[in-house]
Design a protein around this ligand. Sequence first.
Ligand code: UDP
Length: 430
Amino acid sequence: MVRVALRRRRVNRVATISVHTSPLDQPGTGDAGGMNVYIVEVAKRLAELGIEVEIFTRQTARDLPPVAELAPGVMVRHVTAGPYEELDRADLPGQLCGFLSGVLRTEAMYDPGRYDVIHSHYWLSGQVGWLAKERWGVPLVHTMHTMAKVKNALLAAGDRPEPAIRVLGEEQVVEVADRLVANTAAEARELIDLYDAPTDRVAVVNPGVNLKVFQPASKGAARHRLDLPQDAHVLLFVGRIQPLKAPDILLKAAARMVEQDPTLRSRLVVACVGGPSGNGLARPALLTDLAAELGISDIVRLAPPAPQHELADWYRAADITVVPSHNESFGLVALESQACGTPVVAASVGGLRTAVRDGLSGLLVDGHDPDTWARALGRLVDRPGWLDFLSANAVRHAVGFGWSETAACLADVYAGAMAQRQWAPVAVNS
Ligand code: UDP
């Protein structure tokens, strides 16, 4: 007799959708940031678990190959949709049909059922994932990365609010996604409270840090390589230069510190690593202007976006990494710095409350008043003992966040979504 049993299908291959930014881009400028790092790190770790990943992204240059291997088991597929150049994010909704058609055409070249699950990143990709999921009959797992409603509620002065079309688009994705991945429990709460996400479809998966790249090493050698003075107090900002990240708060706080203790002028260095992005305070040149206006040009050093192995040197060279963002879904920079043994002074917002352990691996600061930031930083700069204590705990805290764990948790989320959607019937002899 032949019985029909139900066997849970294994996750073999994931279609990852990243419409507006390519995993091959250098993070730290334009639209490339933490999401790019996340997609690359997770894809590599999933591949190590035996799950292939194909990342669909928009072709932004004519000479990009249709398919590129990022790592064994990880392919990047460049989809033609719109011109071969960067497009403003506001123009991308008009290219989603073209992008989707490219994604569907790719799958049609192979056997049906090439992908077991779709993982979309950011709402534009969620829109593509929505239709692909209906066409392929596979579950859609979506990660927001940032949410318009949260961003608009915490807008920096002069920053542009996110448009209503994005809010609507995000609400649609939340409604159709089989699983929503939140970076932290707080973000899960926001999805439920602000977007009416069903509780049982929200999974919390912490992002990670590459502990091979970001690990403690000699501060002196790092300063030597970066041409930073050995005896200075180095305050570091890393990230895209945009109003949301608030590098201006660090500069204003540093100016206050120097004003209150003029001897600091010869001992303080403020380093900002990153490139232009978004609007408002988007160009590093504007930071140069601000430094001049504040009378601290002599202590401010701006550096272009750096690859991660170089960034590790910047973290090691710094005494404190400062993350004054108005909002962060997580804040990978905070984790990377701690993994290198450098404590973080961060704004008490969003994921930074998880990324930094207040009083143990760094300090969390309420609000964005430069005086408050100057006080918080001033409390630390002349206390090497306290910095050493925070530094040791920072490393301990960061090693709890590995990308392998992130990938393993995501694999569970994929499997759970698939189990709910499709059970493959198999014949069993008895
Ligand atoms: N980054 C980089 N080079 C730079 C500046 C930033 O590689 O010059 C990377 C950094 O290592 C981090 C990411 O960009 O992994 C920024 O992520 P985060 O979550 O801090 O901010 P987001 O860009 O997501 O807003």
